[in-house]
Every structure is written in structure tokens, then in C-alpha cells.
Write a protein that binds this ligand. Structure first.
Ligand code: MCN
Length: 746
């Protein structure tokens, strides 16, 4: 039997999150809630300069301060490394990434010493007693400036600041531009953003000197990667490291790999044979946790007189910060490869470069290049429509990839699975009353009001990599499902119980979902790139099916019926059409663990583990319409309406998808209108507190009208696609297109 839902009765239902019972009661346990006896605290002394040579470092006063157990400097941990880097571009230059800086600092906030003390306050006070002398060097903040000849070189050994340059070329771009009726040009500066998870970075490490086992409790999106990297860096067998991600108060892409503070804390716990904890402060978080976005792109779109897109040129420069973090190349890669968006683009010439800058590292942040790509192409398409005097919906319609062309390979070589872009846009236009809205806009303009309507369409690739899922019917008939993915607020416990319930044939309340502990699952990938439902759910669907098939064989033996006559029913199995000849899961499990009633070839036990990798990414899509008004007197932008149709294939839990869309939308509004990491020319962070960094508040975000279309993916057993990043992708170009539209008459 292939993986098929039992009766589809729970997939698609808006069940409330089982997680919320503990969370709304304030009973969730985060890293800082774990306090093993004898736990020490770490504090870091950080560089006040963006770029400097360290000429002297005196730690004696700190060593003898009250409560201090140890003070570590760069020399103590110089042997630890290397830190992980995902070399998407094999030739990329990878600079040093010391755990504590020894001779030079390349960014504000770089740790130069660590103090471990009996309490966090003693550690902090002692860190302030450390004396450091610096010889300042010229900083370079802006990525384009960093690549110009004569820019201060961040890493002397490389001679310049370019880590990589990668091109995507296809078709005859020269001919496309020569034949163009119009060429639209846009330059986009993506401001840097902070993820601002409610819970900042946090780690607690405890070493058992008897068993020589290390346990880390960490606020991470990827406990298995944390375990593997920490084990490799510290030289401990992976099986002797356990990583636990308890409740995680948000990740948004910046918690997918260890940071140097994590390594230091884990190493210190081993050295001192005592638990050590570090909880970042909000300012440390804004200063040192990976920033997102920051790329600068220049694009040109060639279109024919009929609006057909003929070719695309783009030049992208992304800042990388000082140390290359694991996901450093992900954003520049996605920014480029995803530029074709929802359109047929016959020819392209795209280049993406990464530049070292003396700033915080830059890595994946919700969307990770998807928002950047969507923003550039959606601005270009709008500008092309304006140049042709064509309606922005019409130019999109003329260029969409038609539904019968899937699987479709784009000019950058991406193979989309399925899509009905025109259907999603049409639904959005009908729901928003697009024609009426244009009339309303004309009337508003006659009254002297400044009103604009903005559209965006987008694709959201998800499901790279693989995920593991284990399903076990226990001796009592209770069901345990273990996913290698782990949640930071997505609601895996609820969603995955729905999947297992349907594929196994039980109630969601019968299923206990375990995640976030490397001791539970065989291995795991993690929650990022909107992949958990399609891959993690896919793995659990397949594992459930295997268990159900085995259970059915046992059931047939127990009720002495031919296998073909036995069917799964909620709670167990029965002879088709004969409810009296029924056997519950409990009896099937009892037999399985006694090694009885087994079919030939079957072994005792009733569980299955599946590592699921899809045959390609899943491509969600949709359309967003924003209506904005601009106050003539103040220039203030008022977002009046936001309507959004998203298609993430089969929806497992519509309530949670709605939550995902709301959350992403807030971050999208934040990027379009409010948030920005600001450095001055000296590389000092001017937006280092939440008084300066403007996270959207409830009143800043309009209540969106949400709707969906459903185009299942053929690439996983659920037909599901991702929903986790759509808001950050869809919303900013719609808002900015609305504002540009509002200002067009001027
Ligand atoms: N879902 C569904 N059916 C689908 C798709 C999604 O029911 N077809 C629901 C499920 O409840 C699922 C959730 O939406 O748990 C998100 O699913 P998915 O799109 O597969 O994304 P992931 O679970 O892999 O989550 C990652 C994604 C990313 S990349 C970021 S960044 C992000 C996000 O999730 N960070 C978050 N949402 C977040 N939500 C919270 N609260 N905190 C974060 O840090």
C-alpha cells in the first residue's frame, strides 16, 4: 500500500494547538528555566570597535573578582574550530572565525574574552574589569563600498573583500534587450534586518565526567546540527552529546547553527566539569545574532510591446559580515536563483556576489533571499507595466507560467512542481474588487488624495534536504511519533498528530509527538526553509503507512481473515463490512511485542522510521494586493487594505497556516515600513535597542483578508507545500508597489 491518508478526516481541520495549554499558562520551559545544581554563568567582553587590532589584554583583575571561576581569552580556545559553513559556492573564500578574538576584531560586539562565574551578575561585573587596548582600523559597512578598489581590506590574506561571485546565464540576453519595446530598470537596497525572536540566543551545557557525556539545552532550530557541530569542534563522539531544544521562543532562520558563544559555553562546561549557562541580552542579540537581508540589487527587464518578458539582467551584492556563518551564502544564492518568480523568462544574465563587511554576520532570516528575489522581480514587472501603459495585473497574466507547463524549469534552472498562478491572482483581484478599486482610486485622485494599489505575485520554494520521522505503536496501543524537525512556535505537536492520525487510523489525541531532543530521533534536519510539513510530515506519513500495513497483516492473522478482507478503521482493523470482526490497535500491538501473529518475513515490534527526501523542492505561490494612502501633509503611509491569496498545497491545519501568514505578514510590514539595522560610518550600531529598532506593533499591521487556492504538490505524500515564509515574500513588494503607484502622478 502506498502512503495514503486513512480517511482525510483530520488533515485540513483547524485544530487548536495542543502546545498552547502549557504556553498560555506560562508553563513552557525555555533554556533559562533549566537550573541544574552548581550551574555557572558566562559573560562575554565584546569589542567596542568595528575593526581593530588588539594590542593589550589584561584579565588579572577579572580573575580575582568575587565569584569568578575562570576567565578565557582567544589563546585558550584558538584550537577550537572550524565553525560550520555551508559552501554553496565551493570556491567561496572562508575567513577565520575564532571563538574569541585574539589579535584582531572584525566587528562591533566580537567577543574578546569570556568570564565564567557563580552568577550572571558576577560574570558581567568581572568582564567589565578586563582591560583591552585597541588600535582602530578603518571599517567597511556597505557591501558595494567593500567591493570597490581601495576599500579597507577586512581579511588581509584575501587581498580584497569578495568571498564569491556566481553567475546564472541562459538564452540570448543581448538579443532580448535589443528587441525590447521597453526596458524597466530598478535598483533595490534591502535594509538589514534583525530577527528579534522573543527569546534571544541561549545555551546551557552540562558535562558528566563519569560517563563523559555532554548535554546542551539550546534555543535552536536544528538540534541535530548543533549536536554534530559541537561534537566535531570539541572532539567528542556524537553519540556522547545530547542536544535538547526545549521550548524555543522563535528562531526565524537565525538559530540554525552554533554561534561561537555556544562553542565557548560547551567547551567551558567540559573544562570546568560544571554546568555553564549563557543567556544573551537583548542588546547582545541585536548586536551579534546574524542579521538578515542587506543585499543591493540592480535589475533590468526587457519587455515586448505586448508585455511579454524577453530577458532579465541583474547584479546582486550581498553583505556577509565578518565571520561567514553557516547560512551566509544561502541568501545571495536564493536572491539570484529565484528571480524568475512566477514568470516565463526566456533569457537571463544574473550575477550574485558576497562581500565581507566589518559588521555582524549576515545569514538566513525568514525568507532568506526569497523576499529579495520577489521584491526585485515584482518591482521590475510593475515598472515595465508602467512603461507600457499596461495594467500591472495584465502584464503578470501575460507572463505567468501556465498550469500545463509543470514541471517547469526556469531560466535559472529551478524545476517547479505545480502552480496555478493566474487562478490565485484572479481570486485575489475578485476578492479585493480590483476594478472598483481602480475607479475608487481615480475618484480619490480627483479629490487630491494620494492613493495607490500594489500587486505582488510570488513563489516560495521549500523542502530542501530531508527529514526523519518515526512512528511507534507502543505496547499499550498508544502512538508515539518522533520527528527530526523541531518547532519554535510552528505547532509541530498539533500538525504532526493530525498527519499520523490520518495515515495510521487513530485520533490526534492518541498521538504523542516528540521533537527537539537528539536522544529521541535517529537523526534530524531541523525546522527552516518552510520544510517541516512537506518533509517532516511526509516522513511521518510514510512511516505511519508502514506501521499501518504491518498492523494490518497482524490483524488479519489475529482475526483469521484473508489480508485482502481486512481494512483499517479508526482505532484498529476489521473485516470489511463486518464490524463485529474487529481488532483494536492495543491487541495488534500486544501481539507484535510478543512476537505473535506475525506475517512471514515480519519481525516483532510495531514501528517504522523513514528518512524522506522529496524529488525536488515544493513551490508555494500566491498573490497579494495592498492599498495604501499617503498623507499629503506628513508623507505618512497608511496601509488601508491587505488582501492575500496563498497556495501552499494541501493544508494540514488551516488555523496554524493562518497564524504563519499573520506572523510573516507582520515581518513583511516591518521590512516595508519600519525596521532597519543602522550602522554609522564607523561601524557603530545605531539601532542597538528596541527603542531604535522599530519592530511592528499590533496597531501598525492591518488586519489582512486571507484566502487560498489549493494546488497540491506531487512531490510528497501529503501534497503539502510550505507556508512559513510567505508573508515576508509576498507583502513588501505589494506595499512598495502600492506606494509607488500612489506617487506615480507626481
Ligand atoms: N502548515 C500546514 N500545512 C501546510 C503548510 C504549513 O498546516 N501545507 C502549518 C503547520 O502547522 C506547520 C506550519 O504551518 O507547523 C509551518 O509549516 P512549514 O511551512 O512547513 O514551515 P516549518 O514548520 O518548516 O517552519 C519554518 C518556517 C520558517 S522558515 C521560519 S523562518 C519561521 C516560520 O516557520 N520561523 C518561525 N514560522 C515561525 N513561527 C514561529 N512562531 N516562530 C518562528 O521562529
Amino acid at each position: 500500500m502506498t502512503a495514503q491518508p486513512q480517511d482525510g478526516s483530520y488533515i485540513g481541520r483547524p485544530l487548536k494547538r495542543v502546545e498552547d495549554r502549557r504556553l498560555v499558562q506560562g508553563r513552557g520551559r525555555y533554556v533559562d528555566d533549566f537550573n541544574p545544581p552548581g550551574c555557572l554563568s558566562a559573560a562575554f567582553l565584546r569589542s567596542p570597535y568595528a575593526h581593530a587590532r588588539i594590542t593589550a589584554l589584561r584579565v588579572e583583575a577579572a580573575r580575582s573578582a568575587p565569584g569568578v571561576v575562570a576567565v578565557f581569552t582567544g589563546a585558550d580556545v584558538a584550537h577550537l574550530g572550524p565553525m560550520p559553513v555551508n559552501r554553496i559556492f565551493p570556491a567561496m573564500k572562508v575567513p577565520p572565525h575564532p571563538i574569541l578574538a585574539a589579535e584582531r576584531v572584525w566587528a562591533l560586539g566580537t567577543p574578546v574574552a569570556a568570564v565564567v562565574a557563580e552568577s550572571p551578575y558576577q560574570a558581567r561585573d568581572a568582564a567589565d574589569l578586563i582591560e583591552v587596548e585597541y588600535e582602530p582600523l578603518p571599517p567597511v559597512v556597505d557591501p558595494e563600498a567593500a567591493l570597490r578598489p581601495g576599500a579597507p581590506v577586512v581579511f588581509d590574506e584575501f587581498g580584497d573583500n569578495q568571498s564569491f561571485a556566481q553567475s546564472w546565464r541562459n538564452g540570448d540576453v543581448g538579443a532580448a534587450f535589443a528587441a525590447a519595446a521597453r526596458v524597466a530598470k530598478v535598483r533595490v537596497v534591502q535594509q538589514r534586518l534583525a530577527a528579534v525572536a522573543l527569546e534571544g540566543r541561549a545555551i546551557l551545557a552540562a558535562w558528566d565526567p563519569v560517563t563523559e557525556e555532554l548535554t546542551i539545552w539550546t534555543s535552536t532550530q536544528a538540534p541535530f546540527r548543533m549536536r554534530a557541530e559541537i561534537a566535531a569542534i570539541l572532539g567528542i563522539p556524537e553519540g556522547k552529546v545530547r542536544a535538547i531544544a526545549p521550548e524555543v521562543g522563535g528562531g526565524f532562520g537565525v538559530k540554525t547553527a552554533p554561534y561561537r558563544e555556544d562553542v565557548l559555553v560547551a567547551w567551558a562546561a567540559v573544562q570546568l566539569a560544571r554546568p555553564v549557562k549563557w543567556i544573551s541580552s537583548r542588546s547582545e542579540d541585536l548586536l551579534t545574532t546574524n542579521h538578515g537581508r542587506g543585499g543591493v540589487s540592480e535589475g533590468e527587464l526587457a519587455v515586448g510591446a505586448d508585455g511579454a518578458i524577453l530577458g532579465l539582467r541583474a547584479r546582486i551584492v550581498c553583505p556577509l559580515g565578518t565571520a561567514l556563518v553557516n547560512s551566509a551564502a544561502v541568501t545571495p544564492y536564493n536572491h539570484a536563483r529565484l528571480l524568475p518568480g512566477a514568470y516565463v523568462i526566456p533569457a537571463c544574465d544574473i550575477e550574485s556576489r558576497g562581500a565581507f563587511t566589518t559588521t555582524a554576520p549576515i545569514g538566513a532570516y525568514r525568507g532568506a533571499g526569497r523576499p529579495e528575489a520577489a521584491f526585485l522581480i515584482e518591482r521590475l514587472v510593475d515598472e515595465a507595466a508602467r512603461a507600457l501603459g499596461m495594467d500591472p495585473a495584465e502584464i503578470r497574466r501575460r507572463n505567468f507560467i501556465a498550469p500545463d507547463r509543470f514541471p517547469f524549469m526556469t531560466a535559472t534552472g529551478q524545476v517547479y512542481d505545480s502552480g496555478e498562478y493566474e487562478r490565485a491572482m484572479d481570486k485575489a483581484l475578485v476578492l479585493v474588487g480590483y476594478r472598483e478599486l481602480r475607479k475608487e482610486q481615480a475618484a480619490a485622485r480627483d479629490r487630491g488624495e494620494i492613493m495607490g494599489i500594489g500587486l505582488s505575485t510570488y513563489v516560495e520554494p521549500c523542502g530542501l534536504g530531508w527529514e526523519s520521522g518515526s512512528v511507534r505503536v507502543e505496547r499499550t496501543g498508544a502512538v508515539t511519533a518522533v520527528t527530526g524537525s523541531s518547532a519554535q512556535g510552528q505547532g509541530h505537536e498539533t500538525t504532526f498528530a493530525q498527519v499520523v492520525a490520518d495515515f495510521l487510523g487513530v485520533e490526534p489525541s492518541d498521538v504523542v509527538v516528540k521533537h527537539g531532543d537528539t536522544q529521541n530521533a535517529p537523526q534530524g534536519f531541523g525546522t527552516m526553509g518552510s520544510r517541516s510539513v512537506s518533509l517532516g510530515g511526509g516522513a511521518l506519513a510514510k512511516a505511519s503507512t508502514e506501521v499501518r500495513d504491518k498492523g494490518r497483516r497482524i490483524a488479519a492473522n489475529l482475526i483469521e481473515a484473508a489480508l485482502d478482507d481486512v481494512v483499517p478503521v479508526p482505532g484498529g482493523f476489521q473485516v470489511v463490512g463486518v464490524p463485529e470482526r474487529r481488532v483494536p490497535w492495543k491487541r495488534v500491538a500486544d501481539a507484535a511485542y510478543k512476537g505473535q501473529a506475525l506475517a512471514p518475513g515480519d519481525t516483532p515490534g510495531l514501528d517504522a522510521t523513514v528518512f524522506f527526501q522529496a524529488p525536488g523542492e515544493m513551490w508555494s505561490f500566491g498573490c497579494c494586493v495592498a492599498v495604501a494612502r499617503i498623507e499629503r501633509e506628513t508623507g505618512a503611509i497608511r496601509l488601508e487594505r491587505l488582501l492575500w491569496v496563498d497556495d501552499c498545497g494541501t493544508v494540514v491545519n488551516p488555523l496554524l497556516v493562518e497564524g504563519q501568514l499573520h506572523g510573516g505578514l507582520c515581518q513583511g510590514v516591518g521590512q516595508a515600513l519600519l525596521e532597519q539595522i543602522v550602522y554609522d560610518a564607523d561601524g557603530q550600531l545605531l539601532s542597538g535597542t528596541l527603542m531604535d529598532y522599530a519592530v511592528p506593533r499590533a496597531a501598525d499591521v492591518p488586519v489582512p483578508i486571507l484566502d487560498k487556492t489549493t494546488t497540491p504538490s506531487p512531490r510528497n505524500p501529503l501534497g503539502a507545500k510550505g507556508a512559513g515564509e510567505a508573508g515576508c515574500i509576498a507583502v513588501p513588494p505589494a506595499i512598495v508597489n502600492a506606494v509607488v503607484d500612489a506617487l506615480a502622478p507626481f
